[in-house]
Design a protein around this ligand. Structure first.
Ligand SMILES: *[C@@H]1O[C@H](CO)[C@@H](O)[C@H](O)[C@H]1NC(C)=O
Ligand SMILES: *[C@@H]1O[C@H](CO)[C@@H](O)[C@H](O)[C@H]1NC(C)=O
Ligand SMILES: *[C@@H]1O[C@H](CO)[C@@H](O)[C@H](O)[C@H]1NC(C)=O
Ligand SMILES: *[C@@H]1O[C@H](CO)[C@@H](O)[C@H](O)[C@H]1NC(C)=O
Ligand SMILES: *[C@@H]1O[C@H](CO)[C@@H](O)[C@H](O)[C@H]1NC(C)=O
Ligand SMILES: *[C@@H]1O[C@H](CO)[C@@H](O)[C@H](O)[C@H]1NC(C)=O
Ligand SMILES: *[C@@H]1O[C@H](CO)[C@@H](O)[C@H](O)[C@H]1NC(C)=O
Ligand SMILES: *[C@@H]1O[C@H](CO)[C@@H](O)[C@H](O)[C@H]1NC(C)=O
Ligand SMILES: *[C@@H]1O[C@H](CO)[C@@H](O)[C@H](O)[C@H]1NC(C)=O
Ligand SMILES: *[C@@H]1O[C@H](CO)[C@@H](O)[C@H](O)[C@H]1NC(C)=O
Ligand SMILES: *[C@@H]1O[C@H](CO)[C@@H](O)[C@H](O)[C@H]1NC(C)=O
Length: 755
């Protein structure tokens, strides 16, 4: 372009050309720098590409060598200008047999301020067509250690008309949940955008999942529905991006609408240390900008960076957090007077001769000539006014807090609870604990007091003023229906007094979500004792006794009142052990009374995969036999010391089916825990027989909890068998039980609520 023969031109023309050439040079230079990102918005490292297609790629993410923080944040910008994260892996099991692996995950958006990334996530699918062909995809999605699935922005969703969609995953624990969606014909698909169980179902997911697996109940009966709804879908999706459309349940329009993928929000963090530890090694500390702060991420190892208040930019890049000129954005930083930017802040004042109480919110008005005297007086007046205002705002703040507590208390039917237990004023007095007391007991719900958390809530350890050590459960769910049922449960559980059921000490109703206070059980869960790495093996004697105690508690719940209580979520992690390894059944969060009538086909199945009664899936009908099934699974685990879900990759039949098959084949030795075989002798055979009968497919084929308990106690102490039988026969009469008066009271309480 510049290879003209300059000598042939006149001086003026030479000058003109020089100007043009310089301009071209400057233009060229600036396009080069734009592309290289030196003058980029400062979000990527100098010299790195800051965009792929229309997706901005801020550091710690980056394209190309030296541009990303570590391989997890490496972005591959393909020739089609699509940003891919190649660290994550995604595997799908198509039609159970063909394995298909897809490299890389499409990146949609990154938000550095929030520590979030939106990506494309796979859809699970199971189709059973009228010609009897099937087509399915059961994706397994695995994130890098710095990434987790956001528990607050995503939701698990199932679509279909004979659908039980599962997802399982891992955070600190294995986790699994399911939702069911049914419709008998095309007209019964919900004709609205509600995801209500007719054509569509949803259930929340726990926080911090770093992998998940989508699957289906593939044995569902499609006979009725497959001519109009052959496919079931299951996926975890950004909640705000999903709106149910009735046509999703009866056509392929769902997959077409979303293009075979759904958006998912991930949370990411830097490293695996707290800010305090990370700051010690400045060479690896990621908050590189001078005006940046480090933020500890609760519940995940690792930290995030942010620009300090008053600064904006990318805190991960040196020199990027720049002062915000607040005066340019009056809608964010109001000023009615004269705005002046300062470093890290701004001032707002009235021009000379005018005044305002607060120039940021009230406009400045011309002041009338004031004498010094008036000035002094008015200054004093203003002082008093200010003091009075402060006094009143403080008071009204306090009053507002008190009002809010009262509101929650009323909302939570504090009155109802009081009324329910008013026959026993002492219990009412003892049961309700104030929020103040619990805040004191837990040091304001300090993180260090967290004992654990799951999908439904967080458990804190607390010490009440009378030095009693307690476990305090804070639920995550805020649904009025849940809260009503919860109150009802409190009224009942408060009066259950069984040595193998964790005792409810009280509850606090002043928060939006009520808090439950249990006695603190010190020795962990049965799950921990069976499966945690390095845990000492329980002896066969202890295992048998724990099983007998647990079955005793369940038999009591099922039968000592005219309206039985079903636990619904029996599993080793809900069986706590105290110092003497005595079993305590806990977590009645999902428990229900047997419902008298059941509404239609619609059902939201709840519980834990692996322990869920299969018949409960099919029918949605809940009865005591569902607990018997779950208890059977626990027995199998006690016998085998294997997890129900040993391995998320396996499409295998699972522990229970394996156990049942080997039991039928008389080949149990293959699966039994060697220690059990050694210590248990012929008792093992009897317990295995019992376990196999508990996990029978048909509820009617399973024994009752009372029979199970009787058998276990018989095995535990054979000499006592005859006596036990007599005692249990006595118990069969509905009005007698461990505590006949209690039982009566409880039944009465339920009646009050039902009316
Ligand atoms: C990027 O482009 C795609 C398709 O061209 C569009 O769907 C998407 O919304 C765009 N993303 C952003 C952040 O603009
Ligand atoms: C980027 O993705 C393309 C297409 O998937 C692939 O061929 C290429 O090897 C990838 N590059 C890197 C560095 O991973
Ligand atoms: C990140 O999220 C915040 C809050 O929603 C928003 O204000 C900001 O614009 C987002 N940043 C980017 C780069 O999308
Ligand atoms: C960073 O600061 C912004 C603005 O103050 C705030 O909205 C955002 O939540 C902060 N990010 C984190 C991770 O705390
Ligand atoms: C299964 O369905 C998917 C999506 O509709 C399709 O791409 C795939 O080819 C089908 N597989 C078989 C074996 O029919
Ligand atoms: C769905 O409901 C809307 C409004 O309630 C009604 O106008 C429409 O006809 C209904 N569609 C079907 C297919 O039932
Ligand atoms: C498909 O559905 C039909 C009808 O419910 C059932 O008989 C058949 O076993 C199903 N096929 C598969 C492979 O599950
Ligand atoms: C599915 O149902 C919707 C209304 O609910 C209807 O408009 C649509 O035609 C149906 N699609 C098929 C393929 O039957
Ligand atoms: C933290 O990360 C470092 C380096 O990535 C690794 O060596 C170390 O094992 C990790 N620590 C934990 C507790 O995961
Ligand atoms: C500090 O971080 C650098 C870079 O990651 C690493 O090479 C070095 O060993 C670390 N130093 C200490 C004392 O941990
Ligand atoms: C900005 O100034 C106001 C009043 O001058 C002060 O209250 C506020 O704390 C300052 N903010 C920062 C980030 O320094």
């Amino acid at each position: 372009m510049l290879c003209l023969d300059v000598h042939t031109l006149t001086g003026q023309k030479k000058l003109l050309l020089l100007v043009v050439a310089t301009t071209v040079l400057i233009l060229q230079y600036s396009t080069v720098t734009d592309g290289a990102g030196d003058e980029n918005s400062g979000i990527a490292k100098p010299g790195c590409q800051d965009k792929c297609g229309n997706v901005s790629i801020p550091f710690p993410f980056g394209i190309g060598h030296g541009c990303f923080l570590n391989y997890e944040f490496k972005v591959n910008c393909t020739t089609d200008n699509v940003a891919m994260l190649s660290y994550f892996s995604y595997t799908a099991f198509f039609s159970v047999t063909d394995l298909n692996t897809v490299e890389g995950t499409r990146l949609l958006e990154i938000n550095v301020t929030l520590g979030e990334a939106r990506i494309q996530s796979p859809i699970g699918r199971w189709c059973n067509y009228t010609d009897n062909t099937v087509n399915g995809s059961f994706p397994y999605f695995n994130l890098g250690p710095s990434f987790v699935v956001s528990g607050t922005k995503n939701i698990f969703t199932g679509i279909g008309c004979a659908t039980v969609a599962f997802f399982s995953g891992e955070n600190k624990h294995d986790y699994a949940s399911a939702c069911g969606s049914f419709c008998s014909d095309e007209d019964s698909i919900d004709n609205s955008t509600d995801c209500s169980g007719n054509g569509c179902c949803q259930t929340s997911i726990p926080g911090n999942l770093d992998s998940f697996y989508l699957s289906f109940e593939t044995d569902s009966d499609y006979t009725q529905v497959r001519n109009f709804s052959p496919c079931s879908y299951g996926f975890i999706i950004e909640e705000d991006s999903f709106k149910f459309d009735p046509s999703y349940a009866n056509s392929s329009s769902f997959e077409e609408q979303y293009g075979g993928w759904v958006p998912l929000v991930l949370d990411w963090v830097i490293g695996n240390e707290t800010c305090e530890v990370a700051k010690k090694n400045q060479s690896s500390y990621a908050c590189a900008a001078i005006n940046s702060i480090c933020i500890d991420v609760p519940s995940a190892p690792g930290y995030l960076c942010n620009c300090s208040q008053g600064y904006e930019g990318n805190p991960y890049i040196d020199g990027s957090c720049q002062d915000i000129n607040e005066c340019d954005s009056p809608w964010l930083y109001p000023c009615q007077g004269k705005c002046k930017n300062t470093i890290g802040n701004y001032t707002c004042s009235c021009p000379l001769g005018t005044q305002s109480k607060d120039p940021k919110t009230a406009s400045c008005t011309t002041s009338i000539g004031m004498s010094i005297g008036i000035g002094v007086v008015s200054a004093a007046g203003v002082m008093i006014l200010v003091l009075v205002t402060i006094f009143f705002t403080k008071r009204s703040k306090r009053r507002r807090a008190r009002k809010l507590k009262q509101k929650f208390f009323d909302l939570n039917r504090g009155q109802l609870l009081k009324q329910l237990v008013s026959q026993r004023a002492d219990i009412a007095e003892r049961m309700i604990i104030t929020l103040d007391d619990l805040e004191k007991a837990t040091n304001n719900f300090d993180e260090s007091r967290e004992l654990g958390g799951g999908g439904h809530g967080t458990v804190y350890k607390g010490i009440l003023s009378d030095l009693q050590v307690v476990a305090i459960k804070k639920s995550n769910i805020v649904v009025q229906k849940e809260i009503d049922e919860f109150i009802n449960e409190v009224a009942i559980l408060s009066q259950i007094n069984h040595k193998n059921v964790v005792k409810l000490i009280g509850c606090c109703l002043e928060t939006e979500v009520p808090l439950l206070v249990y006695e603190f059980i010190s020795n962990g869960t049965l799950y921990h004792h069976l499966h945690a790495e390095g845990s000492r093996a329980l002896s066969w004697g202890n295992r048998l006794r724990i099983a007998a105690e647990t079955s005793n508690a369940l038999a009591y719940l099922h039968s000592s009142c005219s309206i039985p209580i079903i636990h619904r979520d029996i599993k080793p992690s809900n069986i706590l052990l105290d110092d003497n390894l005595t079993s305590r059944v806990s977590d009645f969060g999902a428990s229900r009374y047997i419902p008298v009538e059941r509404s239609g086909l619609t059902t939201m199945v709840q519980g834990t995969i692996g322990y869920l009664d299969p018949m409960y899936f099919y029918t949605g009908r809940l009865n005591e036999k569902s607990d018997v099934y779950s208890f059977g699974v626990v027995l199998v685990e006690l016998l085998t010391r294997k997890k129900t879900f040993p391995n998320l990759y396996s499409e295998g039949e699972g522990l229970v089916v394996d156990f049942a098959c080997l039991h039928d084949a008389g080949n149990l030795i293959q699966i039994l825990d060697p220690q059990v075989v050694e210590e248990g002798g012929k008792e093992v055979q009897e317990v295995a027989q019992l376990a196999a009968s508990c996990v029978k497919l048909r509820g009617e084929d399973r024994p009752t909890m009372k029979q199970v308990n009787r058998s276990l106690e018989g095995i535990l102490s054979p000499g006592m068998r005859a006596e036990d039988d007599c005692m249990l026969v006595d118990n069969e009469a509905p009005t007698t039980g461990d505590q006949p008066r209690m039982a009566e009271d409880r039944c009465m309480l339920i009646d009050v609520d039902d009316s």
